[in-house]
Structure formats: structure tokens, C-alpha cells
Design a binder for this molecule. Structure first.
Ligand code: ATP
Ligand code: MG
Length: 373
């Protein structure tokens, strides 16, 4: 049997653990066309949750149209628009009908059409000429409104924080908002992880998306939900790990879905040859850290001396009381202003996140630092 655990892909179906309440909540937002901001630390399961909800909709409420747009890697509004255009075939699979709709709505700019060899569905790519971006956006937004006149639509804009990095972010956000706020039969899910960017977008009064969506922070999965899910997958492979041991794994990785999947992936492999012992958790954890050694070493080498000291400060003090004179002496930092500066730059790099206290976002990096610095 194939290893059912995966740590690098979006997971759905039997590989997706619980999140029943979150699925219900999102569905309620969708049904009432309430825009929502879904955010969390990295790799907590936002994209998987959205995909799972969309799968449910496909099976149980096919009257609702779903569009999933991954904005990761986009660097301009043109690319954002192109990605949406290229997904329109999900809302209208019939090439002739899609073309008719496009021709009826778009007359002032041209687009190319190609056929996806895998799905045989049409792929629309707009042709941008100088200074017609506003027009393309207007047409696209009107087109979406047209789709939504016939059926409710939910559009997930995943990695939405990318928009804040576009060169013309300010004016683009304003324009986008001016259309979105009239889309009364569309639910927009804005999803992302770079909290400082998303917070600035949705919580600063001078930004276009200020209070435009209900805040929905995604938390870790509860232990009581993990245990039966893990138990079932291990049972399917005829491995018995035992509830108490599963609980220990969950605790070791602080209920974080990606690390738990990663651990279980290696455990599954290990159990093919060895049985569970008291050392199993430590041994597998150690090999997970070792696998990351080169990556973490490069990351560490690229930090300035004060950033390194600040990382040690965070590690030693568990992210709290970082400006206390005694704490600074231990790591040899001269002034609190250095700490302030480094905390800011390390947060921008997403190495640290602030959540009450400062946290080293990557749990394995934290463990590696404890072993190697
Ligand atoms: N409900 C779940 N059940 C089991 N594993 C999950 C679940 N959600 C997420 N995971 C695990 O976490 C990993 C990351 O999930 P996903 O890509 O959905 O998170 P994300 O929050 O969108 O991440 P990013 O911040 O990188 O966009 C998955 O590959 C999977 O291993
Ligand atoms: Mg994601």
C-alpha cells in the first residue's frame, strides 16, 4: 500500500483530517456571499481547506460555482487577471458558450484561446496592450458579475498578500474593491499567510480592503480530531501505533498539520522494517531535522551577526521579554534598538512571526537551532 501521508501537496478526502467546523463556517460565508479573510501561519492548511470545501460544493451543492485562483508567484495585476481568465472554463466548460459570453462582454481588447490537452477545456488568455489594463479589469469584473447573475459563485484568491507587493498595489486594490463591493452574489475568500501584509491590507483604515471581509484565523487541528484520523490511516496499512503514541507525536509537533504529516510519512516508512520503540519519535524527528541541515545552514549563513544573536535571544527566552538588559547581555547585543531592527527584518523574512510573543515559524528550524547554535 502506498504511503498515505503527504507533506508537500494540498490534501483532500481521506487524507484531509477533520476541520468539520471550519468547513461548515466557510460554507455559511459562501451561502451568504460574505467575503472572508482566511489567514494563518504558513502550512496550516488554508489551501487544503478551501479545496476540500470546493469539493464538497461540487458533490453536494453543484449549483454554486467555484473558482480557485492561486496568486503565488504573480508579480503584477496583469498576471492576476490572466490567472482568473484562465480559470473561467471551470464556470463554463462548454467552449462555444464560453466564447459567446466573452464576445458579448469583451469587445475592446483581444484574447487568445487554446485548448487544454488534458481536460479539453478552453483556456482564455487576454492580450494586454499599453494602458488597457483598467479596461480589461472592468470587463473581467463585469463578466464575473454576469456569471453570478445565474448562480452563486465563490472565488478564492489564495496567497492574496502577493497583491500588496505589486508595483501599483494601492491603485489596483482600490479598483478591485470598487468592483468587488458590487458583487452581491459572489463570495470572495481572500487567503494568505504573510500576516504583516494581510493585516495592513485589511486592518489599516487608509487601505482599500479595510474591513472588507470577515476575519477567519485558521487554528491548528485539535488532538481529539487527529487521533482517529491517524489511527485509521495506519490501520489501513496494518500498522498499530497506539493512541498514546499518536498523542505523543501530536504533542511533539504542537498540532501542526504539516509536521505531523511529515512525521507520519517517515513513520510509515520506518514501520515497514521496524516496530515501534520508545526511541522511535526521537529517531524520526532527528532524521527530519538532519534532512533540512543544508537548507537551514544556508539560511543561518545568510543572516547578519545581529540577526543571529536575535534568533538566539528568541530561542533562549521563548520569544518573550526580549528587551530586558540581562537577556541582551547573555547574547551580547549592545542596545534594544538593534533587537527592534532585527525582529522587524526577521519577521519580514517570515522567519519569525509575532503572535503575542515572537515565534520561530518553522518548528524544525527551531529544533535545528537548538542543536546547532
Ligand atoms: N486538514 C488536514 N489534514 C491533514 N493534513 C493537513 C491538513 N491541512 C493541511 N495539512 C498538511 O499541511 C500541509 C500544508 O497544507 P496547505 O498547503 O493546505 O497549507 P497552507 O496553509 O495553504 O500553506 P501555505 O501557507 O504554504 O500556503 C499539507 O501538505 C498537509 O501535509
Ligand atoms: Mg496555501
Amino acid at each position: 500500500m502506498e504511503n498515505p501521508f503527504t507533506f508537500s501537496n494540498i490534501v483532500t478526502g481521506p487524507y484531509f483530517c477533520n476541520r468539520k467546523k471550519e468547513q461548515e463556517d466557510l460554507l455559511e460565508f459562501i451561502r451568504s456571499s460574505q467575503n472572508v479573510l482566511l489567514y494563518s501561519h504558513r502550512r496550516t492548511g488554508k489551501s487544503s481547506l478551501i479545496k476540500q470545501v470546493f469539493l464538497n460544493i461540487k458533490h453536494h451543492s453543484p449549483e454554486i460555482g467555484t473558482l480557485y485562483i492561486d496568486l503565488y508567484g504573480t508579480t503584477s495585476e496583469k498576471e492576476l487577471m490572466t490567472r482568473i481568465f484562465q480559470q473561467l472554463n471551470v464556470l463554463e466548460t462548454n467552449t462555444d458558450k464560453l466564447l459567446k459570453l466573452l464576445k458579448g462582454s469583451i469587445d475592446k481588447f483581444s484574447f487568445q484561446i487554446s485548448i487544454d490537452p488534458n481536460t479539453s477545456s478552453p483556456i482564455i488568455t487576454p492580450a494586454f496592450k499599453s494602458a488597457n489594463e483598467n479596461l480589461v479589469l472592468k470587463n473581467l469584473m463585469e463578466l464575473l458579475e454576469k456569471f453570478s447573475a445565474k448562480r452563486k459563485i465563490v472565488i478564492a484568491l489564495d496567497e492574496f498578500q502577493e497583491v500588496a507587493k505589486y508595483t501599483n498595489a494601492d491603485s489596483f486594490e482600490k479598483q478591485l474593491r470598487s468592483f468587488i463591493q458590487h458583487h452581491s452574489n459572489i463570495c470572495y475568500i481572500f487567503s494568505g499567510s504573510q500576516q504583516h501584509l494581510l493585516t495592513a491590507m485589511f486592518q489599516s483604515q487608509n487601505r482599500a480592503f479595510y474591513q472588507q471581509a470577515a476575519s477567519y484565523p485558521l487554528k491548528q487541528i485539535e488532538t481529539k480530531h487527529y487521533i482517529p484520523w491517524m489511527e485509521k490511516l495506519f490501520d489501513d496499512g496494518n500498522f498499530s501505533v497506539g493512541k498514546e503514541n499518536l498523542k505523543k507525536i501530536i504533542e511533539r509537533f504542537k498540532n501542526h498539520p504539516m509536521y505531523i504529516q511529515l512525521f507520519c510519512f517517515f513513520l510509515w516508512r520506518d514501520l515497514q522494517h521496524n516496530s515501534w520503540t520508545d526511541e522511535t519519535i526521537d529517531t524520526i524527528e532527528r532524521s527530519m531535522i538532519d534532512q533540512k541541515h543544508l537548507e537551514y545552514q544556508t539560511l543561518w549563513d545568510n543572516l547578519s551577526i545581529n540577526q543571529k544573536k536575535t534568533m538566539k535571544l528568541v530561542l533562549i527566552n521563548d520569544g518573550q521579554n526580549l528587551f530586558a538588559a540581562e537577556a541582551l547581555i547573555i547574547v551580547n547585543i549592545k542596545t534594544a534598538s538593534i533587537v527592534t531592527r532585527c525582529l522587524k527584518s526577521l519577521s519580514e523574512k517570515e522567519i519569525l512571526v509575532k503572535n503575542g510573543k515572537y515565534i520561530i515559524q518553522d518548528l524544525l528550524l527551531k529544533k535545528w537551532l537548538a542543536l546547532n547554535t
